[in-house]
Design a protein around this ligand. Structure first.
Ligand code: TYD
Length: 208
């Protein structure tokens, strides 16, 4: 059996990743392709526990390196328990965030060196790369306006506009450097237009 394809959706808060990941999974399944959904941080028992810690607004002032290492701990569990087994059995994996979130948030956003993230990527991912990373690029003001009221915001959603501007710029830089492995989709378009762009992006990968 041939190995499945690994597709990642990235973007800032409110870019619509979760909605569009579910849409893409359904679109592929309708075409007879088995799909496993993954998300980061989370998707495993350990990952979901780490997610609670990582998003907890009471944990103010978490050290950026601690944050990064917890993200990679969750990622390591997700790889072993969800992503690699699914790809091995021939399923596609649609992952809501992956290693580019660590570059965008912990390096560009928080200032951890890119080399540090690269070193972890090398060790933890062991050469695995997404077949395609789709960046849902969304203006910060629009993304944040789609998020919960200030009371319900998680630890990241409480960050400043400047933080998210750095994160967005980081994503765009990664996509520009990443060439064929990336597609940028304008997340400010209507839902239908974004869906058309997404299916265009994966059609070729699916041989459709
Ligand atoms: P998520 O729930 O997907 O965010 P949202 O649905 O609001 O877009 O992800 C949780 C948060 O974790 C998000 O604010 C981004 C952050 N994050 C990082 O900072 N680094 C990482 O490596 C990952 C995977 C997520």
């Amino acid at each position: 059996m041939s190995r499945g394809r690994f597709v990642v959706l990235e973007g800032i808060e409110g870019a619509g990743k979760s909605t569009h990941a579910a849409f893409l999974a359904g679109w592929l399944e309708q075409r007879g392709i088995a799909v496993v959904a993954a998300r980061e941080p989370g998707g495993t028992a350990l990952g979901e526990r780490l997610r609670e810690i990582l998003l907890d607004p009471e944990l103010t002032g978490m050290a950026p390196l601690a944050e990064l290492l917890l993200m990679f701990a969750a990622r390591s569990a997700s790889l072993k328990e969800v992503i690699l087994p699914a790809l091995d059995e021939g399923s596609w994996v649609i992952c809501d965030r992956f290693v580019d979130s660590s570059y965008a948030y912990q390096s560009y956003g928080r200032g951890v060196s890119l080399e540090y993230v690269e070193a972890l990527e090398k060790q933890v991912l062991d050469g695995l790369r997404p077949d395609l990373t789709i960046l849902l690029d969304t203006p910060v003001r629009l993304g944040l306006s789609r998020k919960a009221d200030p009371q319900g915001r998680d630890r990241f959603e409480r960050e400043s506009r400047e933080f998210f501007e750095r994160v967005r710029a980081g994503y765009l830089e990664r996509a520009a450097l990443g060439g064929d492995g990336y597609r940028i989709v304008d997340g400010s378009k209507s839902l239908e237009e974004v869906q058309t762009d997404l299916t265009d992006a994966i059609r070729r990968l699916a041989g459709l």
